[in-house]
Design a protein around this ligand. Structure first.
Ligand code: HT7
Ligand code: ZN
Length: 876
């Protein structure tokens, strides 16, 4: 495949100013006419032809200014249309009309125009528009669009596209039409069309400046009662963006459509967001608190894209983090403001460490702004999204709130309507913040997780902190330059209070509670301290680094108990527990020191601490997962040892803590009725986190079975079912509960995804045989991404023991499923294939099996560019 390089970026020779489209939708085909008004860019070669992108298109005809073209002016293939356009100049626009014929029913890739449960639906990011018509399908070509949709009235009473509705009416033969006009110039990836028999829920929103907006969420028939929370989240997002960033919505309508077949979570098409069912449809009986939180986050994220992504878009796909990292940062801030800042920060850091760190430390590593790609769809990664958000957060930390906001304001004022770059973005903060961010910008170009080492020493009332940063050489062996690392910190006394201390002259730069490390090594000295303080570093995870802090265990345990910064407490405890599990698994025995009573005591004590909100206590209680422990080990990993050591620590907590944990449960009490608010969800999270140790202490599934029977909401029901199926899989109670869950919810696709996922993640090597059988289950559908992700993805990423079986059968089975899925939906196949990314961390026998499975895949004839790209990079 062709490699696309950042340094090859060149603006187009032609500009497309306006696009008029007409879609005629029929049962077995769709006819599309696209009329583009275009001109030649000033200063380009007047003889250069117009070359439009296509992807597997069926060409019908083309004309220029109303006259048919053919012969030597025109050169068409399914993947390209080239036309000589001598009549187009900078002063003289021409109208190019192109007709194509599509088969949405046969489109299983879910890119371009496809059908999902009878509904016509589009997905154009990143390069799906070229599967609808020939176009300059790149984000720096911005045009206004007017779209006419025609369809049978019964099959599609609802006809939607971007922008505002301008006209609708009847046609002959029981057909009808609607016309939509989007006045905001946009790139083709933000184009959308939806047509079908949909149920709406509708509300009005008045913007801060007094404009009325009609908000509508459309679902398939009979599902609209589950869209209320999404609507509520949408209105809260709109209010928040006005208050926090001064950003208002800009069209008369905002439409959301929920569909069952979708490659990702959702899509921010201008004025017409399309969502995966998973991120719209909720009720207490079928959705967990995690699902509620997910809907709130994704609704907010897509809405926030209206400014960060749509009003200001990306010049090219290398700049993807310009919209994604920034929008993730914005949705994280929204959740922090709406719920609990500490709980959200811990959750985000957990996601970063479990998804982005392994990516950044393996063969799929790439900079937040990549410089080359073969398949752009494979760069919608944790690095672009999550690490991208961390880079924005670091800018906010370095600048402080006021100057950060000034930089954002300047960005919106200066670049509204632009296709911008990371350099444009950074320059706004440099100017508004009067700061030089050139060294900071290296973060965008440098792949890998830096290591930050901290050493502390104390004598005569003087505390010295020595910092050093390092980074493994890049994949090409390139040397690395020092980064700017903002280190938020606190010095804590034995009563759990932050001490005010002033750094001595000659120290590294300290601004308030942030040390700015800009050199490979630097020190900070605090004098006149009455006692040796506890050093709480990297508060709020102020930089995405691996922290090596040689800190006495007693200090860490003390910080876990009394750091006034709740994030600091969590970090001290998690890091300590993680290291113990790592060392225990390395040493190979379950008795090898991992089961230190002091650790169990610290965990139990933090769960007991009523000063902390319940959600945070639930987070403190969570042991690092098996994949995370494997990452901490780094090489020669034996997943059986990892599993055993983790089980041993769980058993110890259960053994030594059951009485105290029962007491915590008793004092928590129960909630009367279900409410999805953060405080109620937090109490449920804590109660459910206690279920595992208490059941282990009982040595019986009875408690979980009771919780399952009594549950009046999906959060409690699924938590109980997970303990039954994962901890007591051979018990009759588990078998009964798994069966009754299936019978009760078999008609509900989102709940069935949970069922498949639950069974795919039973932590036993023989789960593979069970999963093989589930792939033959009548409800398993490879062509539905949610279902494929639940079973195959759940198994490959959520079941360390079974996927990484010593006999290699787990790898072979997943590779086989990818081979089957690839011709159906290459994008989803490629995403699932990233489950192999850490294969080199395992011991040699497993490595050999994983390599063989990957090499077999790579040798498969006709592999898609999407899947081949992941497989080849994983082998490198
Ligand atoms: N911007 C959206 C990304 C997306 C996407 C990318 C590739 C293929 C399909 C896709 N669906 C959605 C989602 C977002 O980040 O908000
Ligand atoms: Zn996004």
């Amino acid at each position: 495949g062709q490699v696309v390089r950042l340094e090859d970026y060149r603006p187009t020779d032609f500009l497309i100013e306006h696009v008029e489209m007409r879609f005629e939708l029929f049962e077995n085909e769709a006819l599309v006419e696209t009329v583009s008004t275009l001109r030649r860019r000033e200063g380009t070669d007047p003889a250069s032809p117009l070359v439009l992108d296509g992807d597997a298109l069926d060409f019908v005809s083309a004309s220029v200014n109303g006259l048919d073209i053919a012969g030597d002016r025109l050169d068409v293939s399914p993947d390209r249309l080239r036309v000589a356009l001598p009549e187009a100049t900078a002063a003289q626009a021409v109208q190019l009309s192109v007709r194509t014929r599509l088969r949405p029913e046969d489109n299983t890739q879910l890119m371009g125009l496809y059908r999902t449960n009878g509904v016509w639906c589009t997905q154009c990011e990143a390069e799906g528009f070229r599967r609808i018509t020939y176009f300059l399908d790149r984000p720096d070509v911005l045009a206004t669009y007017r779209v006419r949709v025609e369809a049978d009235r019964r099959a599609a009473p609802v006809l939607l596209s971007n922008g505002n509705p301008v006209e609708a009416g009847a046609l002959g033969d029981d057909r009808h039409f609607a016309v939509w006009d989007d006045p905001f110039p946009k790139p083709s990836y933000l184009f959308a069309l939806v047509a079908g028999d949909l149920d709406p829920i509708e509300e009005r929103f008045r913007t801060r400046s007094g404009r009325d907006v009609r908000l509508t969420i459309y679902t398939e028939k009979g599902l609209s009662s589950r869209a209320g929370y999404a609507m509520d989240a949408l209105k809260r997002s709109m209010v928040w963006d006005e208050r926090r960033f001064g950003l208002e919505y800009d069209l008369d309508v905002f439409n959301i459509v929920a569909v069952g077949d979708f490659n990702m979570g959702a899509m921010e098409n201008k004025g017409l967001n399309v969502f995966n069912h998973k991120y719209v449809l909720l009720d207490p009986d079928t959705a967990t608190d995690g699902d509620y939180q997910g809907v709130e986050t994704v609704i907010a994220h897509e809405y926030f894209h209206n400014w960060t992504g749509n009003r200001i878009t990306c010049r090219d796909w290398f700049q993807l983090c310009l919209k994604e990292g920034l929008t993730v940062y914005r949705d994280q801030e929204f959740t922090s403001d709406e719920r609990s800042r500490a709980v959200k920060r811990i959750a985000s850091v957990h996601t970063l460490k479990s998804h982005q760190f392994p990516e950044d430390q393996g063969p799929l590593q790439h900079p937040v702004r990549p410089t080359r790609y073969r398949e752009i769809n494979n760069f919608y990664t944790a690095t672009v999204y999550e690490k991208g958000a961390e880079l924005v957060r670091m800018i906010a930390t370095i600048l402080g709130e006021t100057r950060f906001r000034a930089g954002m304001d300047l960005y919106f004022a200066r670049h509204d309507g632009d296709a911008a770059t990371i350099e444009d973005f950074i320059r706004c903060f440099e100017e508004a913040g009067e700061t030089d961010l050139s060294q900071f910008s290296r973060w965008y170009a440098q792949a890998g997780t830096p290591t930050l080492e901290v050493r502390e020493s104390f004598a005569d009332g003087r505390l010295t902190l020595d910092f050093s940063q390092s980074l493994a050489p890049g994949s090409a062996g390139t040397p690395t330059a020092p980064l700017v690392i903002p280190i938020r910190f606190g010095l804590v006394d034995r009563a759990g209070r932050d001490i005010e201390a002033v750094p001595e002259a000659g120290s590294a730069e300290v601004e308030g509670d942030v040390i700015l490390l800009t050199e490979p090594r630097a020190s900070v000295v605090f004098a006149d301290l009455p006692e040796r303080p506890l050093v709480s570093v990297l508060r709020g995870f102020s930089a995405p680094v691996t922290l090596l802090h040689a800190q006495a265990e007693a200090d860490r345990l003390a910080l876990a108990r009394l750091d006034p910064d709740p994030f600091g407490r969590w970090r001290a405890l998690t890091d300590l527990v993680g290291e113990r599990l790592r060392d225990g698994a390395k040493a190979g025995g379950t008795e090898a020191g991992a089961t230190d009573p002091a650790i169990a005591e610290a965990l139990i004590a933090s769960v007991e601490d009523g000063r902390l909100e319940p959600a945070l206590r639930a987070q403190m209680m969570q042991l690092p997962g098996e994949a995370e422990i494997a990452r901490l080990i780094g090489r020669d990993v034996d997943p059986e040892r990892v599993h055993a050591v983790r089980e041993a620590v769980l058993a110890q907590i259960a053994r030594t803590g059951s009485e105290r944990l029962s007491h915590v449960e008793a004092t928590l009490g129960g909630d009367a009725g279900f409410s999805p608010d953060a405080a109620s969800a937090g109490r449920r999270a804590l109660r459910n986190a206690l279920l595992l140790p208490l059941s282990l202490a009982d040595g019986s599934p009875e408690r979980a079975a009771r919780r399952y029977r009594d549950a009046d909401n999906m959060t409690d029901r699924l938590a109980a079912l997970t303990v039954l199926a994962h901890v007591f899989p051979d018990s009759d109670l588990a078998t009964q509960a798994v069966g009754s869950f299936f019978q009760r919810f078999e008609d509900d696709a989102l709940v069935m995804d949970k069922w498949f996922l639950l069974l795919a993640t039973v932590p036993r090597p023989d789960t593979l045989e069970r999963v093989e059988a589930l792939a033959q289950h009548p409800l398993f559908r490879l062509s539905n991404p949610n279902r494929a992700r639940a079973l195959i993805g759940g198994f490959a990423t959520g079941n360390q023991r079974a996927f990484n079986r010593a006999d290699g059968a787990g790898y072979r089975w997943v590779a086989e499923q990818l081979r089957r899925l690839d011709p159906v939906n290459p994008q989803t196949a490629a995403r699932l294939a990233t489950a192999f990314r850490s294969w080199r961390a395992f011991e040699p026998v497993r490595q050999g099996h994983a390599r063989a499975a990957l090499e077999d895949l790579a040798a498969t004839p006709g592999l898609s560019r999407d899947l081949a790209d992941i497989v080849v990079r994983s082998l490198n």
